[in-house]
Design a protein. Structure first.
Lengths: 195, 81
């Protein structure tokens, strides 16, 4: 029988190292520093309260994110945040395809050059924060926090197939937002050409 | 767009996210080495992923929050359970 939970409070310091990761993800979810701080505090309080349920040797970062996304979803149920609707592209959307249609030398351009070096500051964060929350959580967990699809499925209590479809749609919607920020015509106004 | 291109595009996210098995990785990699257009798509999408990560990793927890968590970790003061 393995040892169950963490008993001594010094073991709790194992969780301490993830405070930056939890905070930056909380910021993307809540969009407000004070709400993010509050969400992270609640997460650690629960982790402390239920620390004897944590299996030593398992992924403590995934455990903390499971707690945080649960707390966040409960709060959201009580106080729904306004969500700006995103128009789902009918066909697949990518900035790469859009630029190719414009005849841009895409192979010579990196996304950094196209998006960031145009003088924007925080547009990637803003675009991410505008995504519907279900897609946003998956994109944050995979692209920012580097969790595997399987870990994300477990954290959010959804199927791997759902992780993959939310990730796919989330990334497309993110690119669409960034495309709009860059001052280019709305993708819906562009005829969808053949690949 | 050939069959190989289409198959590769379907596997591209999995490849980028390191979710494929060894055989699938070899297959995708072999195609990307052979097909500059698909390779460019991959480079671009991988660049997007790096960009999202880089831009979103700049936020750090405020010192106040960090201190609070440290106190919780060291058990001083013990929070109400």
């Amino acid at each position: 029988m393995g040892q169950q939970g963490i008993g001594m409070s010094s073991d709790f310091s194992l969780f301490e190292r993830h405070v930056d990761a939890l905070y930056r993800s909380a910021l993307r979810l809540t969009r407000k520093p004070e709400d993010a701080e509050d969400l992270v505090q609640e997460t650690y309080l629960r982790a402390y309260r239920y620390r004897n349920r944590f299996q030593p040797g398992t992924n403590e970062k995934a455990w903390l994110f499971t707690i945080m996304t649960n707390v966040f979803r409960n709060r959201l149920r009580q106080h729904p945040l306004p969500e700006s609707p995103i128009d789902q592209p009918g066909a697949d959307f990518s900035i790469y395809d859009q630029l190719r249609r414009e005849g841009m030398p895409v192979h010579l351009m990196s996304p950094e050059e196209i998006i960031v070096d145009r003088g924007f500051g925080d547009e990637v964060k803003h675009a991410l924060e505008e995504l519907p929350v279900n897609m946003r959580m998956v994109v944050v967990l995979v692209d920012v926090e580097d969790f595997s699809y399987k870990e994300v499925a477990s954290i959010l209590g959804i199927k791997i197939g759902t992780v993959m479809s939310r990730l796919h749609r989330g990334r497309q919607a993110l690119q669409k937002k960034l495309w709009e920020y860059s001052g280019r015509p709305k993708p819906s106004a562009i005829a969808v050409g053949a690949h | 767009m050939g069959d190989h291109c289409q198959q590769t595009m379907q596997k591209l996210s999995g490849y980028m996210d390191r979710e494929l098995n060894d055989a699938e990785v070899r297959k995708v990699k072999a195609h990307l080495d052979d097909c500059p257009p698909c390779e460019q798509v991959f480079e671009f999408q991988a660049g997007m992923k790096r960009l999202v990560r880089r831009e979103c990793c700049t936020d750090e927890a405020p010192p106040r929050l960090r201190d609070w968590v440290r106190k919780l970790a060291t058990g001083h003061p013990k929070p109400a359970e």
